[in-house]
Design a protein around this ligand. Structure first.
Ligand code: SAH
Length: 462
């Protein structure tokens, strides 16, 4: 029967009892009824539950979880009470082993079904020993709740309603004390939070960052204005909290969803914190990009280094290099590393961090990888790459870049990906162009969320 002749088998608001047998790519449970898929947010594989149809199409429907009738053996009580409303930790109700199984399967399916890959070594996912308190950065919106009380927390799902949460289990324990100190100060001195509808009030967000290796903490308060009245009192209280070495304000007077403003004014201490990835030191300013799970970042980069198999004589390109974290990590084992990144501030950081570590065999370019790399090898026949590392955002690489990389014959391509669906697509393009997937390893950088990072090694077919 063609899809056109199919009838929609369920109606909106219809209630059903179903068994959840699979997990969808966004972490939602899936029930299959004669091949018809029912996506049920907040359910866990193995649950038998009562659900209500919210929106039905010809071959699938979205349903709401009403009641868990028989809980799955993998179901646990989420540590966070607001997990379901907040929506950040979509799979917190599944035990950690089940979370890792889900991610392992998701990446494998994307590599084989979308990527068409076969006969490769699929390594066990690298999970966390303690999958909590792993985020080194958090940005909390501040506002009034529906009862007019000053709260901080997270935006619920895709809305701008603040779910109160001062103690996110993914963040560092210090967040709670810092937020409480700021809110108490605001209440005492009648400092208003920002109201995004009327574009009034002052305090918009509080950004907190902690360096895991040095223990240094940065607080940056984003304001709609040029100053916070009585900020000396606030600073006096905040600097008593152990670890805080940097306090600043970020000025953002625009009507925008972008959190940080362009201008940063330092109120106390340094305008950066120091952290390490293994033995490479980084200075991180309020606006610098830095991987948010430092423990797993080290494991991810070590895997990338292992796959690159450097001996010290190689020319390496690190495309989408951010502040040069991978470049600097690889540089000590390579002859030369070229980094390319679209954001010029990040390249400034990369150059500064190279100097800070006395690394002098790196060169960084601002621009699009697909332009800088392609143009470089239009004219340059020397310095052909031995290894190319790419770490693109979720949308993956442009086809033209992948074709160009393949055409200059690096022995190895190491692809670090935060979206295994686009990774699958790009693996297929590289396989069309003479490369073969040899190894893949998922790394769990974001426990309790549906996200998973993957490193793969591709090599030229002889
Ligand atoms: N490798 C870095 C950053 C990876 S995040 C790290 O591990 O820390 C992906 C980076 O790609 C971001 O810094 C983003 O600004 C950059 N980017 C996005 N599109 C790009 C493009 N077309 N060319 C180069 N860089 C790009």
């Amino acid at each position: 029967m063609s899809n056109k002749d199919k009838k929609i088998p369920y109606e909106k608001n219809q209630e059903l009892t179903v068994e959840i047998t699979e997990v969808g790519s966004l972490g939602e449970g899936v029930a299959k009824l004669d091949g018809y898929a029912l996506f049920v947010k907040d359910s866990v594989r193995g649950d038998i539950c009562q659900v209500k149809i919210m929106k039905a199409n010809k071959s699938f429907a979205y349903a709401k979880l009403l009641k868990v009738i028989t809980p799955s053996p993998y179901r646990v009580k989420p540590r966070c009470e607001v997990a379901r409303r907040c929506g950040g930790c979509k799979i917190m109700a599944a035990d950690y082993k089940e979370q890792l199984r889900f991610k392992t399967e998701k990446v494998y399916n994307n590599l084989t079904r979308i990527g068409g890959a076969s006969d490769f070594e699929y390594e066990s996912i690298i999970g966390m020993e303690e999958p909590y308190n792993y985020r080194n950065k958090a940005q909390f919106p501040i506002g009034y709740n529906d009862k007019g009380r000053l709260v901080s927390g997270f935006y619920a799902g895709r809305t701008h309603v603040i779910v109160e949460n001062n103690k996110c289990f993914l963040g560092v324990p210090e967040n709670e004390k810092i937020l409480t100190t700021i809110k108490n100060f605001m209440n005492e001195y009648s400092i208003k939070p920002y109201d995004e509808i009327n574009h009034t009030g002052v305090i918009r967000h509080v950004m907190i960052r902690k360096a895991f290796h040095t223990g240094e903490i940065m607080v940056c308060i984003v304001i709609n204005g040029d100053e916070i009245m009585h900020s000396d009192i606030l600073v006096g209280r905040l600097k008593e909290i152990p670890g805080i070495v940097s306090i600043s304000i970020s000025i953002n007077k625009d009507k925008t969803n972008v959190i940080m403003g362009r201008k940063i004014v330092n109120l106390f201490g340094r305008n950066y914190i120091r952290d390490y990835i293994k033995d490479v030191e980084f200075n991180i300013s309020p606006k610098s990009f830095f991987q948010v799970n430092p423990i797993q970042t080290e494991k991810l980069y070590e895997k990338a280094l292992e796959y690159a198999g450097l001996t010290g004589n190689e020319v390496v390109w690190d495309l989408y290099c951010g502040i040069g974290t991978i470049s600097l990590f690889l540089a000590r084992n390579a002859k030369k590393v070229y980094g390319v990144e679209i954001i010029s501030d990040a390249i400034e950081d990369a150059k500064r961090n190279a100097k800070l570590n006395n690394i002098d065999n790196t060169e960084f370019f601002v621009g699009k990888s697909e332009e800088v790399f392609v143009n470089y090898y239009k004219t340059n026949k020397d310095h052909l790459p031995d290894v190319v590392v790419v770490d693109p955002p979720r949308k993956g690489c442009e086809r033209i870049l992948l074709e160009k990389i393949a055409s200059v014959n690096p022995k190895k391509i190491v692809y670090v990906s935060c979206d295994s669906a686009t990774l699958g697509r790009d693996v297929a393009i590289l396989e069309e162009n003479g490369y073969k997937l040899l190894k893949a390893c998922p790394v769990d950088m974001f426990p309790h969320t549906e996200h998973v990072e993957t490193v793969v090694l591709m090599s030229k077919v002889k």
